[in-house]
Design a protein around this ligand. Structure first.
Ligand SMILES: [Zn+2]
Length: 241
């Protein structure tokens, strides 16, 4: 899917008739200029973007009617009390990128969404309030219960996502694997295991960093969280040669 892909936005119907929500089609970049999308939590934006791209690839138009909103007061029938909806910022004021819920459009796409959203770390409210249009992160409580602090939301590994940022544990694991590979190569090179002195861990770490520099090129000055699994796989493959 290219960046030119357009997704349903808002609740307008097409001029010639059709489902509510199909009247305005925007790219994701255009959606991000709208406060109802911009004020969603960045991880919710990331999961939602992946979900609607997958839908588009499957020929299913899926987009956003309302993400972030100011909860109407008094609430109409079916609306949560102000301060008690994940559609609002958290805390409610000031407005910030912290809304967690999205009401999606159009209706004909909700069955596809129901069957596919779990892989994107999202759940619907089909069986909560009979709201098949409403999605929010799968790991948070269904109800806000007037929370004023955000629940923990982690980076979800999306389907086919090779480039998700690594956690500290991931980096440690890969550094250890790299050190092991360097160690194994040292033995292979001599072919005489008995003659190889046990190498201090510091030496292995230096070797690991040298290899990182050599194969990433831009290692110096890069924050650790910019490492990508695909790059580190290249390092490991190179070390094993
Ligand atoms: Zn909702």
């Amino acid at each position: 899917v290219s960046d030119d892909t357009r997704f349903p936005y808002g609740y307008a119907r097409p001029p010639g008739g059709g489902p509510m929500g199909m009247g305005t089609m925007l790219t994701f970049a255009e959606m991000m200029t709208k406060s109802t999308v911009f004020n969603l939590h960045p991880e919710v934006q990331r999961r939602f973007h992946a979900l609607i791209e997958a839908a588009s690839k499957a020929g299913v138009p899926l987009g956003v009617g309302t993400g972030w909103r100011v909860q109407p007061n008094p609430p109409p029938k079916g609306f949560a009390q102000p301060g008690n909806s994940w559609h609002e910022s958290c805390p409610v004021a000031p407005t910030s990128q912290s809304a967690l819920a999205i009401d999606t459009v159009p209706e004909p796409s909700w069955n596809w969404m129901e069957q596919n959203c779990a892989a994107y770390g999202l759940r619907t409210f089909r069986n909560v309030n009979n709201e098949p249009w409403h999605i929010q992160p799968a790991e948070i409580p269904a109800g806000r219960n007037f929370a004023t602090t955000l629940p923990p939301i982690q980076t979800w590994e999306l389907p086919g996502d090779e480039d998700m940022p690594l956690t500290d544990d991931d980096i440690k694991k890969i550094a250890n694997q790299t050190a092991d590979a360097v160690w194994a190569k040292a033995f292979d090179t001599t072919g005489k295991e008995a003659q190889v002195e046990p190498q201090p861990a510091r030496y292995l770490l230096q070797r690991t960093f040298l290899i990182c520099q050599q194969y990433l090129g831009s290692y110096g000055g890069k924050p650790m969280d910019t490492y990508r699994p695909s790059w580190l796989k290249q390092i490991l493959d190179a070390v094993k040669k």
